[in-house]
Every structure is written in structure tokens, then in C-alpha cells.
Ligand binder design. Structure first.
Ligand code: THU
Length: 160
């Protein structure tokens, strides 16, 4: 028996102004679209913005439902929308921002497990890493350089 360790590197930015200029724009798009989220149940709004290889930005926000599990997270709304529009699109970067009507979200909000799995599908498909930036309403912004950093031992088509 041998114990192995997996380590994840991530970067922390203290404010939006510290981000690369293209990512500042992307995060601003995520914050803007967050305000259109349909989140009457959780009051927790999330916005996601993707920078695509062709330079365009695709956005999404969380869409809740009275039948709770029927709703969908912002990240998946954005990715599925982009892929529906152009099945050959490539995602370079994703910015995620969240806020709550109940309290101030001061911790960076990373994508949920299901969204990591969905993002991983596209990272594997395009064979190019996706940079992920995520924040709350205030406070630090975290960057990882790939989805794989957030999802060790991810399931992909190689198992099928
Ligand atoms: N949510 C997202 O949109 N993205 C995440 O990665 C985490 C959670 C949404 C789902 C639900 O509408 C609300 O946040 C509370 O869980």
C-alpha cells in the first residue's frame, strides 16, 4: 500500500481591479447577469460568464423552480447555452459571482459538484484547460487554472 497526495494550486486576488483586464470584464458580465437570476426560493443569486475562443462572452444565471431539483445552476445555464448556440465553441475562462438577499456573501463561491462535472466534460472535449475565477459579493477572488484542479478523479468518457 502506498499513500499518494494530490495538491491543488490556486491564486487569490483581493479585488476585481487586480484581475487581468479581460477577466475584469468577464467578472463584470457575471455580476451583471447575476442580477437577472430567478432565485425566489434560495434568494441566492449566481451569475456565470464564459470567455469563448472567438472572443465572445456567453452568460447564464441560476434558474430555480418550485420543484426544487428542476432548477439549474448559473454555470450550467451558461455552458449549455453556449454549446447549444455553437457545438464547436471552446471555453477559455469562466467567471462566477454570487450574492444573497439574506446575508452578504464574503467568501468566494466555487462551482457545485455537478457544475464541476459539466465543466470537466467540456475541458476534456476541447483538450484545453479552462481558467476558473470565482467570488462572492465582496472579498477575495479565487483562480484555478483548470477544472481538473477542482475535480480530482473526475469521471470522463475514457471510462465508457
Ligand atoms: N447555485 C449556482 O447557481 N451555482 C453554484 O455553483 C452553486 C449554487 C445556485 C443553485 C440555487 O439556485 C442556489 O444557488 C442555491 O443553492
Amino acid at each position: 500500500m502506498k499513500i499518494h497526495n494530490i495538491s491543488t494550486a490556486f491564486a487569490v486576488y483581493n479585488k476585481i481591479d487586480e484581475l487581468p483586464v479581460d477577466v475584469q470584464k468577464l467578472m463584470e458580465a457575471a455580476i451583471k447577469i447575476k442580477n437577472n437570476a430567478y432565485a425566489p426560493y434560495s434568494k441566492f443569486k449566481v451569475g456565470a460568464a464564459l470567455l469563448l475562443k472567438d472572443g465572445t462572452i456567453a452568460v447564464g444565471n441560476n434558474q430555480e423552480n418550485a420543484a426544487y431539483p428542476s432548477g439549474l445552476c448559473a454555470e450550467r445555464v451558461a455552458v449549455f447555452h453556449a454549446s447549444a448556440k455553437d457545438p464547436n465553441m471552446e471555453i477559455l475562462k469562466i467567471a462566477i459571482a454570487a450574492s444573497s438577499e439574506i446575508n452578504t456573501v464574503s467568501k468566494p463561491v466555487g462551482p457545485c459538484g455537478a457544475c464541476r462535472q459539466v465543466l470537466s466534460e467540456y475541458e476534456v472535449k476541447q483538450q484545453k484547460e479552462i481558467e476558473i475565477y470565482f467570488m462572492g459579493e465582496i472579498g477575495d477572488i479565487i483562480r484555478t487554472d483548470s477544472v481538473a484542479d477542482l475535480l480530482p478523479f473526475g469521471f470522463d468518457k475514457s471510462y465508457l
